[in-house]
Design a protein around this ligand. Structure first.
Ligand SMILES: NC(=O)c1ccc[n+]([C@@H]2O[C@H](COP(=O)([O-])OP(=O)(O)OC[C@H]3O[C@@H](n4cnc5c(N)ncnc54)[C@H](OP(=O)(O)O)[C@@H]3O)[C@@H](O)[C@H]2O)c1
Length: 323
């Protein structure tokens, strides 16, 4: 089969299209013929081996441990291992292999059945591949860490990116009043996916106006934790899903201290990979409450180009790989 392979860390040029052996599913695994995949931050971090923390977290200290990147996939079940109970050949599925060695930038991938769910019937493979990581991170940030409630004032910073476009729609589905922060060119798009208000971060500093928010989800940090603290209502919650090392350490170290010493809660989210949340997203998608926003599509042979574009940090929704 064809796959995008790399054997050393570096810029996306280290990725090569190669002919490799098709995987054989283990007893608990499902072999999926990949119809589409999508690009996420872990792919960008793991190709470069930067920040160094990703090497310590399992991507390989000196050389990449997993030769084929790609966490999010959508496709059709080709074969199943003998202990697989939930899927059968022919099923259309989507899922996230990020915690199980990646492998999605390939024509076939073998994945534990617990990483998959049936693809929502009303969306394409490309749309389905856009969902798993970004939508589940947004869901866990808002619902689990953020304890979102109907009627709350919720602000999404980075509302126009992969995680942000899902976060705006998921927050609306929970009945929140949503403000999306993005740059000028994305204002209409963020409004079109349901934001009640939009703030152009190039024109206005939301941490310095009078408005206070019950919940702030920052797709990446973008600002200091103290700026966010100022913008929270007295019992508000701040959750960041990523950002620079400094912003991440602020959230990990200062967040718990601020939360213990005052009424505001601040911290960061580490995604917990699980099938339950993927099924939750399937239901939201089928109910028409969420629709993936796809920025660009690249063929498998151009994964390097897709990663380079993603790495610029200005995607408008998701970057998808087509087979
Ligand atoms: N917690 C987890 O498990 C997990 C998993 C995956 C990813 N992540 C994190 O999530 C972060 C976001 O990922 P993503 O895939 O959503 O990124 P993305 O698709 O690249 O989106 C980035 C968006 O941020 C906007 N942006 C850039 N600078 C901004 C600023 N100063 N203020 C507000 N918005 C700004 C960009 O819009 P403009 O073009 O308008 O600037 C762009 O639309 C990553 O940095 C990563 O650390 C975390």
């Amino acid at each position: 089969m064809k796959a995008i392979v790399y054997t050393e860390y570096g810029p996306p040029d280290v990725l090569q299209l190669k002919e490799v052996e098709e995987p054989t599913p283990k007893d608990n695994e499902v072999l999926v013929k990949v119809h589409a995949a999508s690009v996420n931050y872990p792919d960008w971090a793991c190709v470069r081996g930067k920040p160094f923390m990703v090497r310590l977290m399992g991507s390989g200290l000196l050389k990449p441990k997993h030769k084929i990147l790609g966490a999010d996939i959508a496709g059709r079940v080709e074969a199943v291992g003998r202990n697989v109970k939930q899927f059968q050949p022919g099923d259309e599925v989507f899922g996230d292999k990020g915690a199980w060695g990646f492998g999605g930038f390939a024509e076939y991938v073998s994945v534990p059945e617990s990483t998959l769910a049936l693809k929502p019937a009303n969306i394409s493979f490309e749309e389905a591949a856009a969902v798993p990581t970004a939508a589940v991170v947004a869901l866990q940030g808002l619902r689990d860490k953020g304890q979102i409630q109907p009627g709350q004032k919720v602000l999404i910073n980075g509302a126009s990116g992969g995680i942000g476009t899902f976060a705006v729609q998921i927050a609306k589905s929970f009945g929140a009043e949503v403000t999306g922060v993005c740059s000028t060119r994305n204002l209409d798009m963020v409004r079109s996916i349901g934001a009640d208000q939009v703030i152009d971060y190039t024109q206005e500093d939301f941490t310095k106006n009078e408005q206070r928010y019950d919940l702030i989800l920052a797709a990446a940090g973008y600002r200091s934790i103290f700026d966010y603290k100022r913008a929270l209502s007295p019992k508000g919650i701040y959750v960041t899903t990523g950002g620079s090392l400094a912003q991440t350490f602020q959230a990990m170290l200062l967040g718990p201290w601020i939360s213990m010493t005052g009424s505001k809660k601040m911290g960061n989210l580490m995604q917990r990979h699980n099938q339950k949340d993927l099924v939750f997203m399937k239901e939201l998608l089928e109910a028409g409450k969420v629709r993936p926003v796809i920025d660009r599509r690249y063929p498998l042979s151009e994964v390097a180009e897709a990663l380079r574009y993603y790495g610029e940090g200005h995607s408008q929704g998701k970057v998808v790989i087509t087979m």
